[in-house]
Write a protein that binds this ligand. Sequence first.
Ligand code: NAD
Length: 350
Amino acid sequence: MENNQYGLGIVGFGGMGEHHSRTLEGNERIKVVSVCDIKPERVQHGQELGYTGYERYEDMLNDPQVSLILIATPNDVHKELAIQALEAGKHVICEKPVTMNAQELQDILDVEKRTGGVFMVHQNRRWDNDFRVIKKIYDEKLIGEVYNIESRVHGSRGIPGDWRHEKIHGGGMMLDWGVHLIDRIMVMVNEKLTKLYCEFSYVWQGECDDGFKLMLTFESGRTAFIEVGTLHYASLPLWYVNGTEGTAVIPDWSNKGEMTRLVDFEEKDAMPIVAGAGFTKTMAPRGEGNVEKLPLPVVESDVKEFYANFIDCVEGKAEPFIKNSEVMHVMKIMEAAFQSAETGQAIHFE
Ligand code: NAD
């Protein structure tokens, strides 16, 4: 390849495969050279965009221009495609969820170890600006010590009408969105998980979960609540985070949230208020000057760092940002969530 570039082949040239090809346009170290898909029309589309098109994966793996493989197929074939690529001496980027379960990931990691290839999972939502902002608030204690985090995504259109609503392909919202939201919480909290409880929703009455509610408890007592829903015509905020000195809210991806911070704790008892058909001191709002509204901190983030880190790892110059041990942990948490839902019990971790 010219200019110190690595040639990349994308297997699965659907929505996300094409998204990667666009994101990589102009990348100095990675050049998309070929695409492979089982649908001839997607291969043809790739050819129209200037890539070499393959219907047979083996042919792409034999292409000497291709030293990197990016897997963007439905989830059930990630494992076999990753193992074939590693066996062929390629380095691999794999879409999330990495596999259908933790054992499949272990099978890939065994081959990675033997072949010496780099295998990295595209947990791109670690670069979402909303997450970076919340992580900064958390790390820098901008609302005091965070004791509860709520992370949500709400849609109203159900599961898309593709493989995502079929179990055999790894459909359902836990594998689709849960994998991102759990991954980010685990990166941010970075503490031992002691307990989880999960319930899935099937409001659209399909075979796959169309949403879930997952409660995580950490060693310090800190909690995280993760919710995905696909029948919400009005959405709750993406983030609602409670600290000992404030609350942070990010309503949606426009990132126009705010922090409400305590200014004066006020030792004296609150004045009671009339509330509905009753009367309360406990829930009396804070008065003027007691709290202040602050803008969210500004954070820069660029998902292109992911690809740069992948190349640094291929060249042995860096540690991966997305560690396979972290990816494995998330796979096991998702398995525990399914177990919790099936048994109706909380799962406790040693
Ligand atoms: P999609 O249906 O749009 O595209 C998948 C493509 O793979 C299709 O064109 C299909 O024909 C092809 N395909 C299926 N089996 C194949 C095989 N054995 N060999 C070659 N091609 C094959 O799906 P999508 O939305 O692009 O999702 C693909 C993957 O990307 C999934 O794992 C999904 O979870 C992931 N994804 C990640 C993000 C993210 O933000 N990280 C977003 C969307 C999708």
